[in-house]
Design a protein around this ligand. Structure first.
Ligand SMILES: [Zn+2]
Length: 70
């Protein structure tokens, strides 16, 4: 399948950009699809349902605040 690489280095760079874009898109979907973790990924603390429904979150309020302050 040499034709796939006909563009040489440019084609490879383009392909990597596609991969990066795809990865970013998947990460974004995970974060904003409305799916929240039931437990904080940082400390394992239960995330209050009110918070989970308000925004799609993966961390409890304490850890979220800490992470944002970094
Ligand atoms: Zn936490």
């Amino acid at each position: 399948m040499s034709t796939a690489w006909a563009g040489g280095t440019d084609a490879i760079v383009e392909r990597m950009d596609e991969m990066t874009a795809l990865f970013v898109e998947q990460t974004r979907k995970k974060l904003y699809s409305g799916e929240s973790a039931t437990h904080c990924e940082e400390c394992g603390e239960t995330i209050p349902e009110a918070r989970r429904q308000a925004i799609a979150c993966q961390y409890c309020l304490t850890c979220q605040t800490k992470l944002e302050q970094r």
